[in-house]
Design a binder for this molecule. Structure first.
Ligand code: ADP
Ligand code: MG
Length: 237
């Protein structure tokens, strides 16, 4: 479970101070698929960054599986991220001059997975995104859709229980984008992992269990189909 409580994030200081997140509170149960929806500049990426420990809020608390990640030291946060979290960035964020296989290996190295077990994990991850044949290719030789699949392979290689994807289909044509969506939802369903997607694509948002609408750094509304289902079930019995 992820609990975000009264989180505020301010960029800049004094007269330049800007509240990118303003008293944000919500809870995400394990295994849910979640869309964070809002216009450009509303604070979506900032929210993903503070939830995953990439950045620190000024106020509030963020608890992941019972651990307040804001209480962790830098090294502990790195370790938490490398074990629990996969992150897919807005722009295809791959090491262009490294091979596909070395790109996927990176999170395993950070998590100190022994060399002997890395190769098998890399192969499995690349197979699941249908890139196994590109194992030894340089990342820069891939197309946009392939680079995003590589980013997914890198995000899932260490079997994280939470995947963050920041507008993962934003720069892709609709057919390639649909494929990326399928890969993310497959991982969510098959592994029971929590999937949190930032998007302004309403069709994509409609496919998730929980939609969190952000406006000017505030939660404007939350649609939670899981809670509705649960409430209905309770009403029947
Ligand atoms: P979104 O992802 O919804 O487009 P962001 O979270 O990237 O929004 O940004 C929210 C607001 O915070 C924007 O107004 C943006 O300009 C501002 N912002 C984001 N990052 C920084 C930063 N590092 N320094 C100053 N302002 C920032
Ligand atoms: Mg953004």
């Amino acid at each position: 479970m992820i609990e975000v409580k009264k989180v505020t994030k301010v960029y800049g200081r004094k007269q330049h101070a800007f509240k990118a997140l303003n008293n944000v509170t919500f809870t995400i149960p394990d295994g849910a698929s979640v869309a964070i929806v809002g216009k450009s500049g509303s604070g979506k990426s900032t929210l993903m960054h503070v939830m995953s420990g990439l950045d620190r809020p000024n106020q509030g608390s963020i608890t992941v599986d019972g651990v307040n990640i804001l209480g962790l030291k830098e090294k502990e946060i790195d370790s938490f991220r490398s074990k629990k979290i996969g992150f897919i960035f807005q722009s295809f964020f791959v090491q262009a001059n490294e091979s596909v296989s070395d790109n996927v290996s990176l999170p395993l190295e950070i998590a100190h997975v022994p060399l002997s077990r890395r190769k098998e994990k890399i192969k499995q991850a690349l197979e699941s995104v249908e890139l196994l044949d590109k194992l030894d290719s340089k990342a820069r030789s891939l197309s946009g859709g392939q680079k995003q699949r590589l980013a997914i392979a890198r995000a899932i290689v260490n079997n994280p229980s939470i995947i963050f994807a920041d507008e993962p289909t934003g720069n892709l044509d609709s057919i390639t984008g649909a494929k990326i969506e399928d890969l993310l939802f497959d991982y969510n369903k098959n592994k029971g992992a929590t999937l949190i997607i930032v998007t302004h694509d309403e069709e994509l948002a409609a496919k998730t269990d929980i939609q969190i609408f952000i406006k000017d750094g505030k939660v404007e509304a939350i649609k939670d189909r899981l809670t509705i289902k649960k409430t209905k079930r309770k009403a029947k019995s």
